[in-house]
Design a protein around this ligand. Sequence first.
Ligand code: HSE
Length: 315
Amino acid sequence: MALRIYAPATSANISVGFDSLGAAISPIDGSLLGDVVEIDDCKTAFELESVGRFVKKLPREKEKNIVYQAYVLFSENLKLRGGKVKKLRLTLEKNMPIGSGLGSSACSIVAALVALNQFHQNPFSKMELLAMMGQLEGRVSGGVHYDNVAPSYLGGLQLMVENQGEICQPLPFFENWYWVLAYPGIKVSTAKARAILPESYSRADIVAQARYLGSFIHACHTKQEKLATAMMKDVIAEPYREKLLPNFAEIKQQCKSQGALSVGISGSGPTMYAIAPDFDTANKLSSYLENNYLQNDSGFVHICKVDKVGARELG
Ligand code: HSE
């Protein structure tokens, strides 16, 4: 019987945790912001179909489709442990814009691997599956990083520990926060946004980064909202990437003056995130970003909350 798996969008880095923090997000209006992969029995060994709003943006060659690559990687790993790959058909519903800073590739990867694992009665553990997800993400983005795939798969706010046999662990987060996400409608390639970052940083930057991230994590555990937002600073990526985003500095300043607790680049951009302490401020920020940050008809703004569930089966 067909199985439909949804994997939610994510906001990675959260300014202070480059490659090490990410949150799964869901619009509060109940709409689904993420990709869906359907899996079903098939007469031939394997079929892949892609549909959805952003299907035209996918690579033409099947082999370059990340869902195809997920199938190949899953099959290789299953065979290595003596398992048999079933005949199956995958359908990718590509609902997420590509190169958006909302973990678009992660949504496809996570939905595909969760669907494949479930279809084969879960031969792989969560961390084994997550390791495969990171490997695939590395292929599309020019470097293995788990800060999109981990929250999309497991939900919540995740800290990449990459130690003791675990890739990530959940962090407590501020439930009152509204995450206003504004995608301007233009593309920023993650690989390119990674390539423009410096190879090394000054001692002053490293010390500042350690203090910011350490204090942010401490603030999450001790429920110090003011400390947490004061520490959401980015010395690693934002100074080098902001030129890729339209009028970033001015928009950030305006959002702050309208009550945003923190504003920054979501993932590698061009989506911007703004944290609002309450619904009224979130609405104000949403209107401002809609009128001032969107560049074309593909752009959108969503008021979101952290998605606690992550990838899930749709009824
Ligand atoms: N941490 C990654 C980066 C996220 O900033 O390059 C990419 O979505």
